[in-house]
Ligand binder design. Structure first.
Ligand SMILES: CN1c2c(nc(N)[nH]c2=O)NC[C@@H]1CNc1ccc(C(=O)N[C@@H](CCC(=O)N[C@@H](CCC(=O)N[C@@H](CCC(=O)O)C(=O)O)C(=O)O)C(=O)O)cc1
Ligand SMILES: N[C@@H](CCS)C(=O)O
Ligand SMILES: [Zn+2]
Length: 759
């Protein structure tokens, strides 16, 4: 027999029920009871759809984020949160902060949010200091376990492991995070005992840091942790995912647990080694279904690899997706309008779990037991391999003809800068924004009606033009120097371009959680990429026609398009990225032809796409930076190229950032007190920088003084003539009532700074 299980299920709901319920609760329109009811219904539905598995995950549901859940579970929500609130409201306050309602009230800062490994999911960073103490708060967690048991579910509780929890957190003072392990372990022990008392047999404990380079202290911490935890009366299934174990392979095999799960997609060449190393009493869970992508698994070739392993391991073999299915949409069944040929190549969460059952049946009872399913799968795989829609000769030929000079500007920045300054005549500390303005309910409503066919294109375009005009007027009123059109017409900075490129398809309801209640709908790259026509020129032209100030053309760069799409698995990512780069290059050149003098190419996801191990970084950076340059650098010296990145920890990759050779880079820096600029200073970064002067995630309005202070710190690191003034990132999630005063403060601060320099 082969055991099947799942590591985690998407929690947002197939129609984003959780999103809508959360947002209604936060707006004060519904009660906590209503929210809890939605959550319970979702869990019930999700468990039901997984009931064909031998073990179903429980504890993977979250109101916001599972790392924040762990903070609640171990009694480590940020201390600043209001102790008078109930658990759920304190939890939301930690996630979202609280703005001050009046002058006497001090705002409460949200916990920091950052990317979950190399995914587009964000987690809330745990905070530690020398007063950190842990205490078990398992009521909600245990209640969910009980809820599952009552529903007749074969429940396998899922926990984030203690060592990864510490690793993911941030020390707020000079405390050594690892020193906290001794006090954290007893809390985990208590929880495991409580779960055993409640009837749990297996507990999945995730230690995703096993796929990263670990110092000996972290390796030792893992040994210590599992030496303690294995004494509890449950069987622990240690789960690693997102990459190969490499130098941690022996450690992972030998930790004191009853089983090990590995990511057999990203560590495909390791499974045999793991089978060799794994002690004979342990089960091995192979993550053979890709939890990060939406393609059907080639079941027959997977079985070719699994059958010999099954012969060796027998009942000790478990099967699962490679990682939690949090990163894929819920159900392909509801994609009734998708192109049927391509739809037949796809599998979302529910379909992936069915694949798992087919594999298990084939192993346990022989392939003939599921011959029909295997044949259908083979046909789908072949249809994709041979489809004429995937490969395009013209794209291949263009790719073959890429030369290195296509990625080089004609002159170096030191010579371009004079030409650009002459053209724009911008003041010192020029002010600008990152691109998007509030995506108001009116904008979304209009787009919704347009997509449903209830609003014609002319009306929809008129609505969007009205929004662009509003954005231009507001920016002029505030007195910004370089304007943007505001991105009203874009549902998302990646999906919008995906919708206009050939080689992409997009789902209707394929939502994936990005953070909290916010979701993205990653478009799907199924074939060679081509740009049939200009994508942004008319909108930017329209915006420019409304003002004498320069309006930036606004594009998403190839690396970000790649990292935030579901990508092909039949060719290297680097090749797909070059195809995207050529499409964006064409758009850049069309914008330039149309007279757009400043073009921003966002590469928000370039840094987060870094492989988990530093050893693999350079290869990625080489092709990623080349792709960016290919998209950006075919322009005249006078054209100013901007790029933007929101995660700006560049210490180890500054050379690559400089190699991009953007004339201006705008980055997120406000929360780091400009310290992130140190590396630009140390490296003598030669081009212009717009360090973000306020945090766009918070509704709080920055003061002129706080912006001046930050810019003075910036000017200690970067010469003032190379500094721009801008927010950390786009303003799409904010409201105009927040945006206007914040930008006014920013412009006033820039004016003050200019006076200070002149004095
Ligand atoms: C910069 N970020 C981005 C990331 N990834 C991307 N792919 N895109 C990004 O911008 N990763 C890192 C960060 C993550 N940040 C965010 C910020 C905000 C959101 C967000 O607001 N998401 C929206 C969905 C956006 C969208 O596609 N909207 C559609 C409307 C879809 C919709 O809900 N329509 C409703 C009707 C609404 C109405 O008012 O009537 C419906 O159809 O029922 C659009 O604009 O057309 C969200 O709501 O979650 C995500 C990531
Ligand atoms: N131009 C985009 C970048 C976000 S990272 C925006 O402003 O929303
Ligand atoms: Zn950004």
């Amino acid at each position: 027999m082969v055991t099947t299980h799942n590591l985690g299920f998407p929690r947002i709901g197939k129609n984003r029920e959780l999103k809508f319920s959360l947002e209604a609760y936060w707006r004060g329109e519904t009660s906590l009871v209503d929210l809890e009811k939605t959550a319970q219904d979702l869990r019930q539905t999700h468990w039901l759809s997984q009931q064909h598995l031998d073990w179903v995950p429980v504890g993977d549901f979250s109101f916001y984020d599972h790392v924040l859940d762990t903070s609640l579970l171990v009694g480590n929500l940020p201390k600043r949160s209001d102790a008078r609130l109930g658990d759920v409201d304190r939890y939301f306050q930690a996630a979202r902060g609280q703005s001050s309602k009046n002058l006497e009230q001090t705002p409460i800062a949200a916990a920091e949010m950052t990317k979950w490994f190399d995914t587009n999911y964000h987690y809330m960073v745990p905070e530690f200091d020398q007063d950190t103490q842990f205490q078990l708060h398992a009521e909600r967690y245990l209640a969910q376990y009980q809820e599952a048991v009552n529903q007749g579910v074969n429940a396998k509780p899922v926990l984030l492991g203690p060592v990864s929890y510490l690793w993911l957190g941030k020390a707020k003072d000079d405390i050594d995070k690892l020193a906290l392990l001794d006090s954290l372990l007893p809390v985990y022990e208590q929880l495991l005992i409580a779960l055993a008392d409640a009837g749990a047999e297996w507990v999945q404990i995730d230690e995703p840091i096993l796929a990263t380079e670990l110092g000996s202290d972290w390796q030792h911490a893992l040994t210590q942790a599992y030496f303690s935890l294995h004494k509890t009366p449950v069987k622990l299934l240690l789960a690693s995912y997102f990459g190969p174990l490499r130098e941690n392979l022996n450690l992972a095999c030998e930790l004191a647990t009853a089983g090990l799960h590995i990511d057999a997609i990203n560590a495909a060449d390791e499974f045999v080694n793991v089978v060799d190393w794994l002690p004979p009493h342990k089960v091995l869970s192979l993550g053979v279904i890709n939890g990060r992508n939406i393609w059907k698994t080639d079941l027959n070739s997977t079985l070719d690899k699994l059958e010999p392993i099954h012969q060796r391991l027998g009942d000790r073999l478990w099967l699962a997706p490679s990682c939690s299915l949090l990163h894929v949409p819920v159900d392909l069944e509801q994609e009734t309008t998708l192109d049927t040929e391509i739809r037949n190549w796809l599998a979302f969460a529910n379909q992936k779990l069915n694949e798992l059952s087919i594999l298990a049946q084939a192993l346990s009872s022989g392939r003939q037991a599921v011959a029909e399913e295997l044949n259908a799968n083979a046909e789908a795989i072949l249809s994709r391999q041979h489809s004429k829609r995937v490969h395009k000769k013209a794209v291949q030929t263009r790719l073959e003809n890429i030369s290195s000079d296509m990625a080089q500007r004609q002159q170096p920045y030191s010579e371009r800068v004079g030409l650009q300054q002459k053209q724009f005549v911008l003041p010192l500390f020029p002010t600008t924004t990152i691109g998007s303005f509030p995506q108001t309910p009116a904008i979304r409503q209009s787009r919704r009606l347009f997509k449903k066919g209830e609003l014609d294109q002319q009306r929809y375009h008129a609505d969007m033009k009205a929004q662009i005009e509003l954005a231009i007027r507001e920016q002029e009123a505030v007195g910004l120097d370089v304007l943007v059109h505001g991105e009203a017409e874009r549902n998302d900075m990646v999906e919008y371009f995906g919708e206009q490129l050939e080689g992409y398809i997009f789902s209707r309801l394929g939502w994936v959680q990005s953070y909290g209640s916010r979701c993205v709908k990653p478009p799907i790259i199924f074939g060679d990429i081509e740009r049939p026509q200009a994508m942004t020129v008319d909108w930017i032209n329209y915006a420019q026609s409304l003002t004498d100030k320069p309006v930036k053309g606004m594009l998403t760069g190839p690396v970000t398009m790649l990292n935030w799409s579901f990508v092909r698995d039949d060719q290297p990512r680097s090749v797909t990225c070059q195809q995207l780069a050529l499409a964006i290059r064409d758009e850049v050149q069309d914008l330039e032809q149309a007279g757009v003098k400043i073009i921003q190419i966002d590469e928000a996801a370039l840094r987060e796409g870094l492989p988990l191990r530093q050893n693999d970084w350079q290869t990625y950076l080489d092709w990623a930076v080349f792709s960016f340059k290919l998209s950006a650098n075919g322009v005249a010296n006078e054209t100013q190229i901007h790029t933007h990145m929101c995660y700006s920890e560049f210490n180890d990759i500054i050379e690559s950032i400089a190699a991009m050779d953007a004339d201006v880079i705008t980055i997120e820096t406000s929360r780091s007190d400009m310290e992130l600029l140190d590396v630009f200073n140390a490296f003598d970064y030669p081009n212009e920088i717009g360090p973000g002067v306020y945090d766009i995630h918070s509704p709080n309005i920055p003061s002129v003084a706080s912006i001046c202070q930050l810019m003075e710190k910036a000017a200690q690191r970067i010469p003032p003539e190379r500094l721009w003034v801008n927010p950390d990132c786009g303003l799409k999630t904010r409201q105009w009532t927040e945006v206007k005063p914040a930008l006014e403060a920013m412009v006033n601060a820039a004016r003050q700074l200019r006076l200070d320099v002149a004095a």
